[in-house]
Ligand binder design. Structure first.
Ligand code: GLV
Length: 324
C-alpha cells in the first residue's frame, strides 16, 4: 500500500477516504509539526497532505525521497511551496481552489462590517461593564451603503467578494494584473490602477496571492495615499501588508480602521496592534466552516488519489512538472 502522511488533523471524512486506498498516518498532536518533525515524518511517503504552515522546500522534498509524487496543500494559497524545487524533482504540488471562495469572501465582509460598525470594540465595551447608558454621540461608525468598494486582486475570491456588495449599492473599483470586462459590465465596476484604487476606495479589500510582487503591496507610501476615512480589509496573506506601517497608519489615524484575518508573522503580531481600538483581529479563520473544510479535504484527497494512480491532479500549481 502506498504511504500518505497528513501533517495535521483535518476532517475525519478526508482521512477515512484516504485510508480506503492508502496506508495513512496523521499528526495527531494539537499543533503544527516542527521543522525537524516534518523532515522526519515525510520520509518514505508517496504523498503528503500539507498545511500552509508547513514550508515545503528542497530540503523537505529531499527528506521525503524520490518515491514521493505529490504534496497536496490543504489551502488555496501556496506561498509555503517552493515551486521550482518541486518541479526540478518531479514532485507535483496542488492546492484547493474554488471551494473556499464563499467562506472567505463572506469572512472579508464580516471583517468589513465589524470594522465599520465597531462590533468587536462594542462587544468588549459591554463585556467590560463600561456601558452606562445609550448616548447619541458614542460608537459612531461608518456608513457602508453607496460607498466605494476597492478590490485588489479580482480572482475567484475577489470577484465573489465584489458580488456580495450588490445589496449595499456600492461603487466597485478593482485592480488586477488582468482586466475582466465581463465582470465590469455585470457589476458596473471600473478597472483602475493601484494609485486610483488607493485614493478612491472607502473600503479596500485585498485578495491577491502572496508573491514577490505583492509582498508589502500596502506599506507606508500606500497608507499616505488612502483616505483618512478608509478601511483596509485583509483576508489574503499577512505579508501583503507591511504590518509595521499598518500599526503606524492606524495609530496616527492615516486610515480609519482595518479588519484583519491574516498577519505578517502568524501567530505573532506586530507590537502595538492589539492595543488599537480601530482594528478587528481574528486568527486566520476565513475558510473555517464545516462544508468548506470538508470540501478542501475532498480536493486534496482527490489530487493524491489521482497522482498515486498515475493521473494528472485537478488543481496543480506547478503545471510544468506535468510536461516532464
Ligand atoms: C487559507 O488561507 C488558504 O489559503 O486556504
Amino acid at each position: 500500500m502506498k504511504k500518505v502522511y497528513i501533517t495535521r488533523l483535518i476532517p475525519e471524512e478526508t482521512i477515512a477516504d484516504l485510508k480506503k486506498d492508502f496506508d495513512v498516518e496523521v499528526n495527531m498532536e494539537d499543533r503544527a509539526l516542527t521543522r525537524e518533525e516534518l523532515l522526519a515524518k515525510v520520509k518514505g511517503r508517496d504523498a503528503v497532505l500539507s498545511l500552509m504552515t508547513d514550508k515545503i522546500d528542497g530540503e523537505v522534498l529531499d527528506a521525503a525521497g524520490p518515491q514521493c509524487k505529490i504534496f497536496a496543500n490543504y489551502a488555496v494559497g501556496y506561498n509555503n511551496f517552493d515551486l521550482a524545487a518541486a518541479t526540478k524533482r518531479g514532485v507535483i504540488l496542488t492546492n484547493t481552489p474554488g471551494v473556499l471562495d464563499d467562506a472567505t469572501a463572506t469572512h472579508a465582509w464580516a471583517l468589513l462590517l465589524a470594522t465599520a460598525k465597531r462590533i468587536a470594540e462594542g462587544d468588549k465595551f459591554v463585556r467590560d461593564g463600561k456601558w452606562k447608558a445609550w448616548a447619541p454621540m458614542f460608537f459612531i461608525g461608518l456608513d457602508v451603503d453607496g460607498k466605494t468598494l476597492g478590490i485588489a486582486g479580482l480572482g475567484r475570491i475577489g470577484s465573489n467578494f465584489a458580488k456580495k456588495a450588490v445589496g449595499f449599492d456600492m461603487k466597485i473599483i478593482y485592480s488586477d494584473v488582468n482586466r475582466n470586462e465581463a465582470f465590469e459590465k455585470k457589476y458596473n465596476a471600473r478597472y483602475v490602477d493601484k494609485e486610483t484604487l488607493l485614493k478612491e476606495s472607502d473600503f479596500l479589500s485585498l485578495h491577491v496571492p502572496l508573491t514577490p510582487d505583492t509582498q508589502h503591496y500596502i506599506g507606508e507610501k500606500e497608507f499616505k495615499m488612502m483616505k483618512k476615512t478608509a478601511v483596509l480589509i485583509n483576508a489574503s496573506r499577512g505579508p501583503v501588508v507591511d504590518e509595521k506601517a499598518l500599526v503606524k497608519a492606524l495609530k496616527e489615524k492615516q486610515i480609519w480602521g482595518a479588519g484583519l484575518d491574516v498577519f505578517e508573522n502568524e501567530p505573532a503580531l506586530e507590537p502595538g496592534l492589539t492595543e488599537l481600538d480601530n482594528v478587528v483581529i481574528v486568527p486566520h479563520i476565513a475558510s473555517a466552516t464545516p462544508e468548506t473544510r470538508i470540501n478542501m479535504g475532498k480536493i486534496a484527497a482527490g489530487n493524491i488519489k489521482k497522482v498515486l494512480s498515475g493521473q494528472a491532479p485537478d488543481t496543480c500549481v506547478n503545471p510544468d512538472v506535468l510536461k516532464k
